[in-house]
Write a protein that binds this ligand. Sequence first.
Ligand SMILES: O=c1ccn([C@@H]2O[C@H](COP(=O)(O)OP(=O)(O)O[C@H]3O[C@H](CS(=O)(=O)O)[C@@H](O)[C@H](O)[C@H]3O)[C@@H](O)[C@H]2O)c(=O)[nH]1
Length: 477
Amino acid sequence: MAHLLSASCPSVISLSSSSSKNSIQPFGLKQTFFNPQVLSKSSLKGLLFQVKKPRRSCVFRVAAIPISQQAPPETSTNNSSSKPKRVMVIGGDGYCGWATALHLSKKNYEVAIVDNLVRRLFDHQLGLESLTPIASIHDRISRWKALTGKSIELYVGDICDFEFLAESFKSFEPDSVVHFGEQRSAPYSMIDRSRAVYTQHNNVIGTINVLFAIKEFQEDCHLVKLGTMGEYGTPNIDIEEGYITITHNGRTDTLPYPKQASSFYHLSKVHDSHNIAFTCKAWGIRATDLNQGVVYGVKTDETEMHEELRNRLDYDAVFGTALNRFCVQAAVGHPLTVYGKGGQTRGYLDIRDTVQCVELAIANPAKAGEFRVFNQFTEQFSVNELASLVTKAGSKLGLDVTKMTVPNPRVEAEEHYYNAKHTKLMELGLEPHYLSDSLLDSLLNFAVQFRDRVDTKQIMPSVSWKKIGVKTKSMTA
Ligand SMILES: O=c1ccn([C@@H]2O[C@H](COP(=O)(O)OP(=O)(O)O[C@H]3O[C@H](CS(=O)(=O)O)[C@@H](O)[C@H](O)[C@H]3O)[C@@H](O)[C@H]2O)c(=O)[nH]1
């Protein structure tokens, strides 16, 4: 079960192309699999030769229908005259991206998904699998079309390859870009040097490319960028939404809120925020940074419509997030893995609110030159509080739920003050789905339904913040 980056380098291309019904090779994956420690110059040359030149045929559409046949978006907005209609969802095959793409399509936006499908490759490389079986992106989109008559365009490629991104922009001409297309796991970014470098390269360069594409081809396009609450860290004062007004030596200014990220992943989002803020000032880009908390849940109205539309649910220690992991652990009788003292407090939200928040942001775009920051979560919980809630909900379903203290693999405060503002999305009309007994029941029942698929060896953490090294690490079961 060893899945070395090195072993995956040459095979990745064929794996991707063979999984494509249309035998179309994704391109632009060179950053993903560039590993100087293991690739010889000649194999690298071969790889780059395959992926270097984007060809028009690589950008393909799935049953696009003319805009004139589409009804206008039904979304409520304060500013209907500037309501965007064409939305490019970068990272639209992932956990948040897929749910969002479907939701926006349902709301009659013209949607295009841009994705290099690398999230699926991470699973292959690390020997992981979603709790839920998920259909290929092609089958997902075809099923959506069959059920609703709505088309979603698909561009398979890597946004770090600017030629590919430029081609996608010129072809689709988005009014809004929702950018989920980043490596989003803190533990993944802390596996080894190559994953740390990959994470920052992929995330930071990808975002810079999106900014250049907007400037060059769609200067009025609104960027809705997925940031993270983790950019702020856990300061001993209230967390504001993006900015804080400070009086210092008798002078007052409103400044970006201090950033104290705690992984190479979270830091990549800090770097993104700075780059976006700069281009808003310098070029007049309009942007919204959605500093999202930890997402839980799996079902949205749209993903529930058919098993081929089902979303992924990660429970492993690299990509699984706290509450989802606890529900799966409860379903298989594994003690809940509380890291350290369990006082770590974060903002959380239901995936149904992720899609609602993105919809609100694009329906109410930032002004030209404005860098807007929304804190995107609905409730705060400590890890211990989550464990108690899952224990209580589990016992109602007859599950014997216990918890264990795991030595914390991360470097983070385990007891701290946490009070983060999150009013701006509420002011735009967010109607939160708060964590309720019924949601926990539903998530636990969902986990029970698929528990035969759980690989319990993937539950305990094996990535250590302190032990990260330069040697490429294979993840073995
Ligand atoms: O089994 C577990 C898993 C996590 N934790 C703790 O729970 C907290 C949250 O960890 P997480 O794995 O649920 O979330 P995190 O690594 O912070 O990252 C996730 O949540 C972020 C929002 S936030 O946490 O930064 O607000 C997003 O940006 C990321 O993309 C997403 O993967 C941490 O203190 C962690 O130590 C446990 O105690 N036990």
